[in-house]
Structure formats: structure tokens, C-alpha cells
Design a protein around this ligand. Structure first.
Ligand SMILES: [Fe+2]
Ligand SMILES: [Fe+2]
Length: 383
């Protein structure tokens, strides 16, 4: 069995020094190159619809394209200070902030001004990471077009490439025209994207991207969509989510077939990869770049976060981010194979309670733009 050391480069998941040592070496370069180590696969089997669920998804995707320039209300002004002032903020409910604002804590001197700046910077950081993650999805899906052996999957993946280009485009435009600054990619997120891209096995791109990264993104977008008071961002997120739900479904439907045929040893490698991805994603939410920009000692803040949440993951928001990933992993057999290896790991991370939530194999229909249009028609009728 692979150890934490081999999977994560550290024996203790919460090793502060190891977490802080992960930095992006080329953070000031415009270009970042990764070897993708895979063969481009041709297939001479052009039988469209051989995999009916994927074919249905492909047909759906063709009719669900939208235009990031013209379908969103870019004319709306965004008052970031007002949005920050209205952001729900309850430091007393969060044990990390309770400790950080105590008289000996690193944020003891924070007043309204600092909190407001922090909310604005967190928003800049979050949307920046969404944008970088979207580029990861763009590159991964282009790779899937090349590496997946089934024609229905190549067809579908090609529509996802277009979707992801649109997502990068709209998040970049929102950052440039409505917010107050970009952040470079978080080092933990970059490490995860690099691991996904450099793996030679075609299904690992799906597992890393469609199941783990996009599963988390779908939950995070849903959460932000609910919380934001900005109507432009709300609509942007809802549109992006309608695509993302299809993407996660694409992962679930493709891997369900493939994972049924894998041996225990092969499945264990997938379980370990899913766990590694989960830890990297948790690490990125420590948002060390924001603390740096706020002039707060990063080491002290990360230490507090690890002590008060960390591996136990006590924060309900952090837990909710796994609400799509865990049921999808269950559906794929990843939780239970090899004596429940991943079930134990997700239990230790405090996220196993989501295992029986709806998986995303089919709920993309309810998140589609058509479903949104009929919800809105109902609202108008009620009004
Ligand atoms: Fe996306
Ligand atoms: Fe996506």
C-alpha cells in the first residue's frame, strides 16, 4: 500500500512545513509547460450512439451553448465595497477566526477596514483560482479528446473544450472589468493540475478533472451563486453551473463503464489518486496568498487553520465542497473497493456523510439553462 509520504510528499497530512514548502517555482513566467505523457488515440469505430448516455449528453451539449459576451449583463456596475459590506460575515462562528482575533492572535487588531479589505481580497483570490482551474479544465478536456478511445466520448469532450474556453473567458472578464486584482495560481492547485495532466492513463484525466476538480467547482459555484448579492456574478455562475453539471456527468458516465472492469490493484491506484486530489484541494483553501497580501504572517494563519479545522475539516462550508465528489466516488465504486480504503480516508477528512447525496450522473438536466428558463417563467407567473 502506498504511504502518505509517497502520495503527498509528507507523512502527516497536516505537516505545516511541508504545506508551506509547496510554491510555484515559475510564478512570474507567463508560460508553464507540463509533459502530458500520453498517446493520441485514433479509433476507426465511428458508430455514433454506441454509448447512449454519452450520445445523449453530446446532443444536449450542442443545444446548450451560450455566448459569454452577449448572454450576460456586463453593463451592470459592480460596487465591490458594497458587495463586501453585505457579505455575510460571522467570525464568531468560525473557530479559526475566534482564535485569530483573540488578544494574542494575528488578527487581534483588525477593524471594519481590514475585514472589508479581506472580503474583497478573498473574492479576487477565489475568482482568480476559478479562472485558473477553468484553464486546467480546458487543457484536460483537449487531452481527453486525444486520449479517450470511444468516439461518443471524443465527440462530447470536444463540446466541453468549447464550454471551458467560455468559462475561462467570463471569469477573466469579470476579474478584469469588475474586481480589483488578479492572483497567480495557487501552488497546491497548480501541483494538482500538473499531476492530472502528466498522468499517461486516459481515465486519470477524467478522475482528476471531471470527478474531483469539477465536482468541487460545482459545489463551490453553487455556494457562491447562493451567497452573492451581485446579479451579474449570480447569472454568470448559474450559466457556468449548467455546463459544469454536464461535465461531471460526463466523468461519472464514462468511468462507470471503465471502472467496472478494473482489478483491485488498479482501483487502489485510482482511490489513492482521488485522495491525493482531495488533500491538494483542501490545501489550496488555506488561501495563503490572501494572508500574504493582507500583510498577515502566513505561517501563523496556516497553523491556526490546521489546528482548528485541518484534517478534521470541521468547517461546514469546507465539508459542503465535497458534497458532489463523495456520492460520485461512491457510484464509481471508489469508496468501497479494497475494503473501503477511500471510505476510511474520506471519514478521516470529515466528508463521508455526503455518500448518499444525489450523484451527478443525471442531475445535469435539472441544472440546465432550459430548467432555469422554466423556473424563471414560473416565478413571473407567481409574481
Ligand atoms: Fe468549466
Ligand atoms: Fe467544466
Amino acid at each position: 500500500m502506498t504511504t502518505n509520504e509517497e502520495m503527498l510528499g509528507r507523512a502527516d497530512v497536516n505537516d505545516l512545513e511541508a504545506i508551506l514548502s509547496i510554491t510555484s517555482a515559475d510564478k512570474h513566467d507567463v508560460i508553464h509547460a507540463v509533459k502530458d505523457n500520453a498517446d493520441a488515440i485514433f479509433t476507426w469505430n465511428y458508430e455514433k450512439g454506441e454509448r447512449p448516455a454519452l450520445n445523449k449528453l453530446y446532443e444536449k451539449a450542442k443545444n446548450s451553448q451560450w455566448n459569454g459576451e452577449t448572454d450576460l449583463p456586463w453593463h451592470l456596475e459592480v460596487d465591490i465595497e458594497k458587495v463586501a459590506a453585505n457579505a455575510p460575515r460571522d467570525p464568531e462562528a468560525d473557530p479559526v477566526f475566534v482564535a485569530a482575533t483573540s488578544p494574542s492572535g494575528p488578527l487581534h487588531h483588525w477593524g471594519e477596514k481590514e475585514w472589508s479589505e479581506f472580503v474583497i481580497e478573498s473574492q479576487n483570490w477565489t475568482i482568480s483560482q476559478f479562472m485558473h482551474g477553468e484553464q486546467g479544465a480546458l487543457v484536460c478536456t483537449a487531452k481527453i479528446v486525444e486520449t479517450v478511445p470511444w468516439i461518443d466520448a471524443k465527440y462530447y469532450a470536444s463540446t466541453q473544450v468549447m464550454d471551458e474556453a467560455r468559462h475561462v473567458e467570463v471569469f477573466a472578464k469579470y476579474l478584469d472589468t469588475k474586481l480589483s486584482g488578479h492572483y497567480p495560481i495557487n501552488a497546491h492547485l497548480q501541483m494538482l493540475l500538473d499531476d492530472i495532466i502528466s498522468d499517461s492513463r486516459w481515465d486519470m484525466t477524467y478522475l482528476g478533472m471531471q470527478i474531483m476538480v469539477e465536482g468541487l467547482a460545482l459545489a463551490a459555484f453553487g455556494f457562491m451563486h447562493q451567497m452573492t448579492a451581485d446579479p451579474l456574478l449570480k447569472k454568470l455562475l448559474r450559466y457556468v453551473m449548467s455546463d459544469e453539471a454536464r461535465h461531471v456527468a460526463f466523468g461519472v458516465l464514462s468511468l462507470k463503464e471503465y471502472y467496472g472492469e478494473l482489478t483491485d490493484a488498479e482501483m487502489l491506484e485510482r482511490q489513492e489518486f482521488a485522495f491525493e486530489a482531495a488533500v491538494r484541494m483542501r490545501d489550496r483553501f488555506l488561501q495563503q496568498e490572501v494572508w500574504e497580501r493582507m500583510g498577515v504572517d502566513v505561517r501563523t494563519m496556516i497553523k491556526l487553520q490546521l489546528e482548528h479545522g485541518g484534517n478534521k475539516n470541521e468547517d461546514p462550508f469546507q465539508q459542503l465542497l465535497f458534497s458532489k465528489i463523495v456520492p460520485n466516488c461512491k457510484k464509481l465504486g471508489l469508496l468501497d473497493r479494497n475494503n473501503g480504503w477511500l471510505r476510511t480516508k474520506f471519514g478521516e477528512m470529515g466528508v463521508i456523510q455526503f455518500e448518499d447525496w444525489v450523484d451527478t450522473g443525471s442531475d445535469y438536466e435539472s441544472m440546465s439553462l432550459e430548467a432555469l428558463a422554466s423556473e424563471q417563467a414560473d416565478e413571473i407567473e407567481v409574481a
